[in-house]
Write a protein that binds this ligand. Structure first.
Ligand code: URA
Length: 248
């Protein structure tokens, strides 16, 4: 272009500014900014599991437990959820179903298992004579989840989220005192049995909190994998005959 020099309006004496001119352009800005003062004081560290244990063990009724969960502010999931989804069904039921966490419909309605997975759940259990609408404890269901808040985009709950809600689940089971717990999928198996691998666990009776537990595949999985309904039916029949044994 024929340009050999660029002359600016204000002259710069380059001999007066050696530091500024020699500092490499990539030097982080933070190092050039002097600290503003002492670091901000941090609040006392809380142990959410210990707080959950204290809150859960103080709850002496379902209403008190529901209120304690709604007041528990240490789980990030609560911030993104519309509802605290506690439970549905008959608290006197002999069978308690433990699911994972609310989905979109459950978050909207404030009740567990009301979306497509819940409709399948209702049909499955009606086939062995059990319903969440039943007033008779012998044919009733009580339904809840490990997590009362919907995880964003239905992602899997994190281990620390499960750990901090576990005391509430334990208390919930103690207050309902069912004869049998059905654990739907990996998350309740992790919370109750500290085990994962629902395809291995399903259909095999086990124990947690001194209660018989039957792990089953989650209805959401059954909606995606209709071929797995055959095994789920076998699990339902096992549940039915165990209930008959208990009654006799
Ligand atoms: N899936 C669950 O595990 N729980 C619900 O309440 C709904 C879907």
């Amino acid at each position: 272009m024929g340009v050999s020099d660029w002359v600016q309006e204000d002259p710069i004496n380059r001999y007066d500014l050696p530091e500024r001119l020699e500092r490499p352009a990539t030097e982080p800005l933070a190092r050039a900014v002097p600290p503003l003062g002492p670091p901000l004081a941090q609040g006392p560290k809380v142990d959410p599991v210990a707080l959950a244990q204290t809150a859960a063990s103080a709850a002496d009724s379902l209403k008190a437990l529901c209120d304690a969960i709604a007041a528990f502010d240490h789980c990030e999931l609560k911030k993104g959820a519309r509802s605290t989804v506690f439970a549905d069904g008959n608290p006197a039921a002999r069978v308690m179903i433990l699911g994972e966490a609310p989905g979109r419909e459950e978050d909207q309605e404030g009740l567990p298992f009301v979306g497509p997975a819940g409709q399948l759940l209702d049909r499955m259990f009606e086939a062995i004579g059990l319903s969440r609408q039943s007033a008779d404890p012998a044919s009733a269901l009580y339904i809840t989840n490990v997590l009362p808040w919907r995880p964003p985009q239905n992602r899997d709950p994190l281990p620390e989220e499960i750990a901090m809600m576990r005391p509430f689940v334990e208390r919930h089971i103690a207050l309902i005192n069912p004869d049998i717990i059905v654990a739907f999928g990996n998350i309740p198996c992790l919370a109750l049995l500290n085990e994962k691998g629902i395809m291995r666990l399903r259909g095999t009776w086990t124990q947690a909190l001194n209660k018989p537990v039957l792990p089953m595949t989650h209805p959401t999985y059954l909606l995606r994998t209709p071929a797995a309904k055959r095994e789920a039916w076998a699990d339902l029949l096992a549940l039915k005959s165990r209930l008959q044994e208990i009654r006799n």
